[in-house]
Design a protein around this ligand. Structure first.
Ligand SMILES: Nc1ncnc2c1ncn2[C@@H]1O[C@H](COP(=O)(O)OP(=O)(O)O)[C@@H](O)[C@H]1O
Ligand SMILES: [Mg+2]
Length: 446
């Protein structure tokens, strides 16, 4: 029987145009989205909703079945309003819900525009098809179990009008008992002590009984992005934004000697949780601000960020001058508003940035331009020490942190000829991760 679950309540609260709903198995994702779509079809007149899955049988045995059972349970199903081929239901409001699958971009384009699109099990749909459908939809829902990172993470979530929700079976009060039992069985295949919490070290290497089932649990039990390979150096989660009430720590910065990117990240800590937020990653920056230089310098890019972030944090402020004006010292002719903006930017620049001490030129130039930059001390062995220390935290990365996400995802330990893991990083530290490590190395000053 249909129930109002926590999963439904959480999905209903989502506001962005593209709603990305990731989750464990049986989190109530699909049973949450379909009733929300039904509700919209009843309340709004003449809207068109398209539900898409990988194949026609997949959509018929999945979403169509759920649709019919919810409509039946709530005494709304009228047989005459259903057409079986193509599968479509027309409500009294003249709103329509159609169930489809697409095997080509051309067909996806030809299907025209719609009000709402639901892509069920989005990781099974190729991006070009999904993109053609999303482009022609006012509102989009995507659900999936994240076996691995795919276009919902790399393309959709990095767009501004998108939102992320992760659900687990614990959000589904209607989860059938046999599924709960299966989950318990698999969890005990994965871990030596399956009753540990994450903070107590559930996912810790020393608690992993079987890497395959540990990865399975991460994806299908915890609703995370599958990455649990014993070879992965860092496990991490994606968050929409930095939560309230966490402690701010210094910013971290890595200087890429051209053409490598220079990266700046903000960081916050709450107990064992650490949060990273990428402010920029840019290639080809010159180390020092030079009059008349054609390329942007590190300081130029930092100044842009200061202005962008102050604008974002204070949408009420009126910037009536060119951006460069606000980077100058206060003048006696400045208005109160201009003084206030200059003060906020000065404050923004005053937050400590820890950067690679070998970037002397950059650090000096940053200080000369009012940035609170320090070189991080890197004693011998500090790289490995930093990695170990960072691994001790439960790492969270904001969804806009494209380079950090790619970096955390792609860095592995080496394996020897017998396939045994050696705790030695395989290849270069990816862009951005050094900046995260410098933050950890600066812990004594937090
Ligand atoms: N709102 C609900 N009312 C009744 N049963 C539900 C509801 N949500 C989920 N369920 C039950 O939980 C099971 C898993 O939900 P489902 O939405 O299919 O999970 P997911 O799409 O996250 O894998 C369903 O088969 C159904 O038995
Ligand atoms: Mg589902």
């Amino acid at each position: 029987m249909f129930k109002r679950t926590t999963a439904i309540n959480k999905i209903k609260k989502m506001e962005a145009r593209k709603k990305v709903v990731q989750g464990s198995t049986s989190a109530g994702k699909t049973h949450g989205i379909i009733p929300i779509l039904i509700d919209k079809c009843i309340k709004e007149r003449g809207i068109k909703v398209t539900v898409v899955a990988e194949t026609v049988p997949a959509v018929r045995d999945g979403c169509v079945d759920i649709f019919k059972s919810v409509m039946g349970d709530t005494n709304r199903w009228i047989e005459d309003h259903w057409v079986g081929n193509p599968m479509e239901y027309t409500f009294g409001s003249k709103s329509r819900m159609q169930f489809k699958s697409f095997d080509s971009v051309g067909k996806a384009k030809a299907a025209g525009k719609r009000d709402i699109l639901f892509i069920n099990e989005g990781n099974h749909i190729p991006y070009p098809i999904a993109d053609a459908l999303m482009t022609r939809s006012k509102e989009v829902y995507i659900d999936f179990n994240a076996d691995e990172e795919f276009w919902a993470h790399t393309e959709v979530l990095t767009e501004p009008n998108s939102e992320f929700l992760s659900l687990t079976y614990l959000d589904n009060e209607a989860c059938p008992e046999e599924i709960l039992e299966e989950l318990r069985i698999k969890k005990s295949k994965a871990f030596l002590d399956p009753d540990l919490t994450e903070e107590e070290g559930l996912l810790h290497q020393s608690n992993v009984k079987d890497a395959h089932w540990a990865n399975w649990w991460l994806v299908y039990g915890m609703g995370r992005v599958g990455s649990y390979s014993e070879r992965r150096i860092y496990q991490f989660s994606i968050v929409n934004e930095i939560p309230e009430g966490v402690k701010r720590v210094p910013r971290g910065m890595d200087f890429g000697s051209s053409p490598d990117p220079t990266i700046l990240i903000d960081a916050y800590v709450d107990g064992v949780e650490i949060y990273f937020d990428e402010l920029f990653s840019e290639n080809n920056l010159i180390p020092e601000k030079l009059e008349g230089a054609e390329r942007k310098s590190v300081v130029d890019r930092l100044n842009e960020v200061a202005i962008e972030e102050v604008k974002k944090a204070h949408p009420d402020l009126v910037f009536d001058q060119e951006d460069g004006f606000y980077l100058e010292k206060e003048g006696k002719d400045d208005t109160e508003e201009q003084k206030r903006i200059k003060g906020l930017i000065r404050n923004y620049k005053a937050w400590m940035i820890v950067g690679d001490s070998s970037g002397r030129t950059q650090l000096i130039d940053m200080r000369e331009h009012g940035w609170n930059a320090r070189g991080v001390k890197k004693p011998k062995g500090s790289k490995f020490g930093g990695i170990t220390q960072l691994r001790g935290y439960s790492i969270n990365v904001t969804k806009r942190s494209k380079n950090l996400i790619e970096g955390f995802q792609s860095w592995n330990w080496k394996i020897d000829a017998n396939g045994k893991i050696i705790t030695e990083p395989d290849g270069h530290e990816p862009d951005g991760l050094a900046a995260a490590r410098y933050i950890i190395l600066s812990k004594p000053v937090w």
